[in-house]
Design a binder for this molecule. Structure first.
Ligand code: FPP
Ligand code: MG
Length: 298
């Protein structure tokens, strides 16, 4: 049924009646459609559900177009990002078009779903702003980092699951919590993969987070485990293009202090809670989605 969502997005794009936008959209790789999977598994495949998934995916795509401009990232999902291939102005406007068309369509689904999703986009934007601020200098503020993670990534997954529950009259609080935990764990694992995977597997440069200034949980934990001299060295690498040797130093320090295991177990705790919740509701497929996510290679 994911194909019904793809067709709905294509229909929305076609309605814009703009060949440039159509050709730009066709160049953007789709990704895993995780939010669609959650929505369809929770709510089946009525027209309203398909429309909700389509609007969420368009908002997600818009946010990544803007994010790649903000992060000056030139690769997305193994391909040149739109800002790299067509420039920042085009990437920003394409994001605005996807985002506003999604909002226009959202109005015809349900006022409550529109409320939940539009609030998530406010959170998304606040999260991105916080991410930019937190990346300016090295910090060890775990709470601020987790709040930003919730806003930037978990809020839209939370809203997707909650909206799906609203559409079919399921317990919205339970599904909201499931989406939140999954979203948080997803981003935590993303942060881990940035350290453990090579760039070919990632589809973007490896160890890029720290180079960009992002002090993710593993870096906060690493800092806490290092002695004074090592701390100074880690600080000297922040927001800097890393040499092979410096990258190796970070990786081996992470290994020595078992940082990846610590960060991974934190993500796993959130996923386990989500699995337990879904098993108690008899939602085997949703609990399997959570299991698959925590088992992503790393
Ligand atoms: C990726 O984070 C970024 C997000 C999940 C959210 C970005 C949100 C906005 C730009 C604001 C919302 C704007 C609109 C138009 C809806 P990341 O950089 O940590 O992950 P990455 O490695 O995948 O780039
Ligand atoms: Mg980014």
């Amino acid at each position: 049924m994911i194909s019904a969502v793809e067709r709905k997005i294509e229909q929305y794009i076609a309605e814009l009646d703009d060949s440039h936008v159509k050709s730009l959209y066709s160049k953007i790789p789709h990704g895993k459609r995780l939010r669609t999977k959650l929505i369809l598994k929770i709510a089946g495949s009525s027209l309203k559900v398909i429309k909700t998934a389509a609007t969420v995916e368009m908002i997600h795509a818009a946010s990544l177009l803007h994010d790649d401009v903000i992060d000056e990232a030139y690769q997305r999902r193994g391909k040149a990002s739109v800002n790299a291939s067509d420039g920042n102005k085009t990437a920003i406007m394409m994001g605005d078009i996807l985002y506003s068309k999604a909002f226009f369509e959202l109005n015809s689904i349900s006022p409550e779903v529109a409320r939940v999703i539009s609030n998530a986009v406010v959170q998304l934007s606040l999260g991105e702003l916080a991410d930019v601020e937190l990346s300016k200098k090295f910090h060890t503020n775990r709470d601020a980092y987790l709040k930003m993670l919730y806003q930037k990534t978990a809020s839209l997954m939370e809203a997707s699951a909650e909206s799906a529950a609203i559409l079919v009259g399921k317990n919205r609080q339970a599904y909201k919590k499931y989406g939140r935990n999954l979203g948080l764990a997803f981003q935590m694992i993303d942060d881990i993969l940035d350290i453990t995977q090579d760039s070919t597997t990632l589809g973007k440069p490896a160890l890029h987070d720290f180079e960009e200034g992002k002090v993710t949980l593993p870096y906060i934990y690493l800092f806490e485990s290092l002695d004074e001299k090592e701390r100074r060295f880690l600080l000297s690498l922040h927001r800097k293009n890393l040499t092979q040797k410096e990258a190796e130093w970070i990786k081996s320090a992470m290994k020595k202090h078992k940082i990846i295991e610590k960060a991974y177990s934190e993500a796993k705790e959130l996923v386990d809670e989500a699995i337990e919740l879904m098993e108690s509701l008899g939602e085997r497929d949703l609990s399997n989605i959570a299991k698959a996510m925590i088992e992503r290679a790393f």
